[in-house]
Design a protein around this ligand. Structure first.
Ligand code: AMP
Length: 211
């Protein structure tokens, strides 16, 4: 199954992706995680992406489609992908459609995580992530250790208030139209109320997908 997780930054896509991946037998692909890994390792990809990411702007479409094309043709994604934050512009939606077609698949559903801006700002100001495996945490301080891999928790630079405001603007301007593109193209869209505990939201998403 190939499922696209869609919604504002901070809607909980990154938290829900591994839960849904496990129950659907698919692998998670999060372009933000791939890019942060590249920035940390100082690769050419990371050097190109860093300034966009720090400002909360989008990394160019060709860079994203390169990551997506390579990943989806690889073995870990043979049984499907849970795509987290992967499609943020209409050209990316068109590109993803081509990539999936080239491996004989098409998107099964788009899960829209519905949340208002007030909850987003509150969530992102209290978020830390593991520097190593990228697991997000709420209410844990930077410097503490990750429960999953023992890595150090850090605050994301783009979770600072100015960058969050910019990310929300970028979402409205560039990413929200993607939702209409999928609707016009007849995609199966399920909407999930994203305010609640992690397990409540997972249950809602699974129920909406009929799994
Ligand atoms: P995320 O972890 O999904 O919030 O992504 C963090 C940052 O990585 C974004 O603010 C963008 O700068 C960049 N990024 C991740 N995925 C994409 C994408 N599909 N298109 C453009 N930029 C992206």
């Amino acid at each position: 199954m190939d499922i696209l997780l869609f919604g504002k930054p901070g809607a909980g896509k990154g938290t829900q992706a591994p839960m849904l991946a496990e129950s659907l037998g698919a692998a998670t692909l999060a372009t933000g995680d791939v890019l942060r890994g590249a920035v940390r390792e100082g690769t050419p990809l990371g050097k190109k992406a860093k300034e966009y990411m720090d400002r909360g702007d989008l990394v160019p479409d060709d860079v994203i489609l390169g990551i997506v094309g390579e990943a989806l043709a690889s073995k870990p994604y043979a049984n499907g992908a849970i795509l987290d934050g992967v499609v943020r512009t209409v050209p990316q939606a068109e590109g993803l459609e081509k990539v999936l077609k080239s491996v004989g698949r098409k998107l099964d559903a788009l899960v829209y995580f519905d949340i208002d801006n007030e909850h987003i700002v509150e969530r992102l100001s209290g978020r830390t992530v593991c520097e190593k495996c990228q697991t997000p945490y709420m209410g844990r301080n930077a410097g503490e250790k990750c429960e999953k891999c023992g890595g150090t928790l850090v605050r994301r630079k783009d979770d600072e208030p100015d960058a969050v405001r910019n990310r929300l603007k970028v979402y409205e301007r560039q990413t929200a139209p993607v939702f209409d593109w999928y609707r016009r193209n007849g995609a199966r869209i399920v909407t999930v109320d994203a305010v609640g505990t992690v397990s409540e939201v997972t249950q809602r998403a699974r129920k909406a997908l009929g799994r």
